[in-house]
Design a protein around this ligand. Structure first.
Ligand SMILES: *Cc1c(COP(=O)(O)O)cnc(C)c1O
Length: 404
């Protein structure tokens, strides 16, 4: 017969019933979902809460899974500090809240990610910050809009959907002349294709949701910064509650482990697929910065690795007057292998249709001015074989040829 006292479930259930693992450390990182940590004594509590980085106390202020992933990203970007957020938008929001105050002015590229433009145009003015949305590929335009109050210039390394490449050293020079900081959303490139901090940027923002995690099962964001640009980031993230959950960080740590090899393969595929598409009569334009005819080919040679990333867009020849008719036929013909998913950076090749997704909020005239037709298809090239991707695209082109 068991001689132990019977336990009281109401005491036993809530108390922690395990001992830590000690020196028998696992190779794979454990997940630490704990929202709070045990503190040895009041003096330790006082020290840890007063001085961040002295140990874990409360998960919103810091937890191991976020720190491991942040350190991987910090090193990849050669940054002084890296802070994770619950999404790419939270990461951009963090930069704005940590850097700006009432009366400041921000310059933003007109080609930014749609939701970033909403954040900058609609939220910043409510906080008393003035915003100019301009063509940042035009140096004269940037010079005209820079002023003493300008604190941030926000651009993307590679823009959506025409893959314009920002001349980061030139923008950094102009920006720093008035004492402002250059903020670069590097999501379309990722740290293996571009490290903006080495080209003059002060802060980098990335959506880890895309190629860095690479498996379409996590929403996370990153801010990486140099010098004093990092000062307020960690505290502001915790105060506004932007910090991420442990499980998402753990998954993205696993995704990031294969980033370099995925990006290398997918970029080589993208170069091959863009060459292939350039030779097809049903394709009237191909946008990829690795093509010598691309508007920013020369900038890409200086600013990006070679081949320059995994994103392509191309314009189909219009085969019907019905709105989106050509794109719809193409999308249906390739959907089994290349699904229509309005995101990017997955293992598999996916496509998007900017006119009905990312740029649907614009007027037809605005889309025409930006060069975004109803026949424009955006490809996020994956790690399959280039031959297989081309065979699928070829099936899509046959399907639209049959519309004649
Ligand atoms: C997806 C994306 C974002 C936003 O990231 P989330 O993780 O979805 O919040 C920002 N910028 C670019 C360029 C993106 O593609």
């Amino acid at each position: 017969m068991n001689s132990e006292e019977p336990i009281r479930p109401d005491d036993w259930c809530p108390r922690p019933g395990f001992a830590p693992l000690g020196s028998n450390a696992p190779l794979a990182p454990p997940i630490y979902p704990s929202a709070v940590y045990r503190v040895a004594d009041p003096a330790t509590a006082d020290a840890q809460l007063g001085q961040p980085g002295q140990g874990y106390v409360y998960a919103r202020d810091g937890q191991p899974n976020a720190d491991w992933l942040a350190e991987k990203c910090r090193v990849l970007h050669a940054a002084d500090a890296a802070v994770l957020c619950g999404s790419g938008m939270a990461a951009l929001g963090l930069v704005l809240l940590a850097q700006l105050k009432q009366g400041d002015h921000v310059i933003a590229s007109q080609d930014l990610y749609g939701r970033s433009l909403v954040l900058l145009r609609q939220e910043l003015p409510r906080l008393g910050v003035d915003i100019s949305v301009i063509d940042t590929t035009n140096a004269e335009d940037v010079k005209t809009h820079l002023r003493a109050e300008t604190k941030l210039v926000v651009v993307e390394t590679i823009s959506n959907p025409l893959l314009r490449v920002a001349d980061l050293p030139m923008l950094a020079q102009l920006t720093h002349r008035v004492g402002a900081k250059l903020v670069v959303d590097n999501t379309f490139a990722g740290p293996t294709v571009c490290r903006p901090l080495e080209q003059g940027a002060n802060l980098v923002v990335e959506s880890l949701t895309k190629i860095i995690n690479g498996h379409s099962d996590v929403t996370l964001g990153l801010v990486a910064a140099l010098g004093s640009s990092a000062d307020r980031l960690a505290a502001t993230a915790s105060t506004w509650g932007f910090t991420p959950g442990a499980f998402d960080c753990w998954l993205a740590t696993r995704g990031l482990a294969t980033l370099a090899v995925r990006a290398e393969r997918a970029s080589a595929n993208a170069q091959a697929v863009s060459d292939y598409l350039s030779q097809q009569s049903e394709v009237v334009a191909v946008h990829y910065p690795g093509l010598t005819r691309h508007m920013d080919y020369e900038i890409a040679q200086r600013v990006l690795s070679n081949p320059p990333g995994t994103m392509i867009s191309f314009q189909l020849q219009r085969m019907t007057e019905r709105r989106w008719g050509t794109a719809e036929r193409f999308i249906q013909a390739v959907a089994d292998e290349i699904p229509f998913c309005p995101s990017l950076g997955d293992l598999s090749t996916t496509l998007s249709h900017p006119a009905s997704t990312s740029h649907r909020g614009l007027t037809p005239q605005e889309r025409t001015r930006l060069g975004i037709s109803d026949e424009l298809i955006r490809l996020s090239v994956g790690i399959e074989s280039a031959e297989s991707i081309q065979a699928t695209l070829s099936r899509g082109l046959e399907a639209i040829r049959a519309m004649e």
